[in-house]
Ligand binder design. Sequence first.
Ligand code: RIB
Ligand code: CA
Length: 309
Amino acid sequence: MTPRPVIIDCDPGTDDAIALWLALASPEIDVRVVTVVGGNVGLAATLANARAVVGLTGKTVPVVGGSGRALLAPFEDAAYVHGDNGLGGLILPEGPPAAPGLAADAIRGALRAAPPRSMTLIGLGPATNLGLVFAIEPALADNVAEIVLMTGALGEGNVTPSAEFNAWNDPEALDILLTCGAPVTLATLDVTNQALCRPKHIAALRAASRGACASAAATIWDSVAPSRRSGEEGHEQHDACAVAWVVAPHLFTHAEVAARVDCSQGIGRGRTVIDRWGRKPRVPNARFLDRLDADGFFALVIERLARLP
Ligand code: RIB
Ligand code: CA
């Protein structure tokens, strides 16, 4: 099977780190470039973290920095979840230098060179870098196979009652992606809330491998507090769900939906408005990931991370 060419845009971020390691360990995908956006913590830290996470695998995937703010406003970080350094306090060896240039330009260059409907974009942070691509060069949507986003929520958000963190931080950029014409798949809080990392998973990962990446991942998993949303049963592996969809779609059920995002400045800002049941005669513009085989998900994550050095 020919690996799918993929570009990953991220804001590492504890869960981004796990998602990156899952992607880099999976032969089903060929990670062409990792681009970085601010979000969970400031861009300087997310870029350093992405370099370190990729560097720990020994793979020579270029890491390119991008936007340190949203289209209309500064980001609001989530250091309260990810720690001040963005990796729950874990200190990794410094990774290779970032590749020159800017994320949106790197993605545009890769898309311009790609055949039609060939490149998969995976967005794990605020959508600013990805949104800029199609704001500047909308025709590049023709070369996109799928845009897979960890973003949004059918129901309650996790930053405000309305908005999930990535959508909250740049709803305008997200709206550009939802309307750019490329196929969009949404890994919202509704599916990521099913990917709860529990102590048994940390123990299983430690038992599976003593490699640097698996050990670092276990340390990160140990560092994140259980979420109140889960009744303190565990903490959600948000971003790895987006990667797992590309690597192992059989783990999910899904539905075609009409999805937009509230870009008002009111209390609904950043809310993804997802018509799950076709209430209005709207043309579906996104795939909504619905149910997750959580046991299969963690078996995949652990097995793949154990392959890394
Ligand atoms: O709401 C969860 C999302 O916001 C995840 O991508 C997490 O890393 C943060 O970016
Ligand atoms: Ca993220």
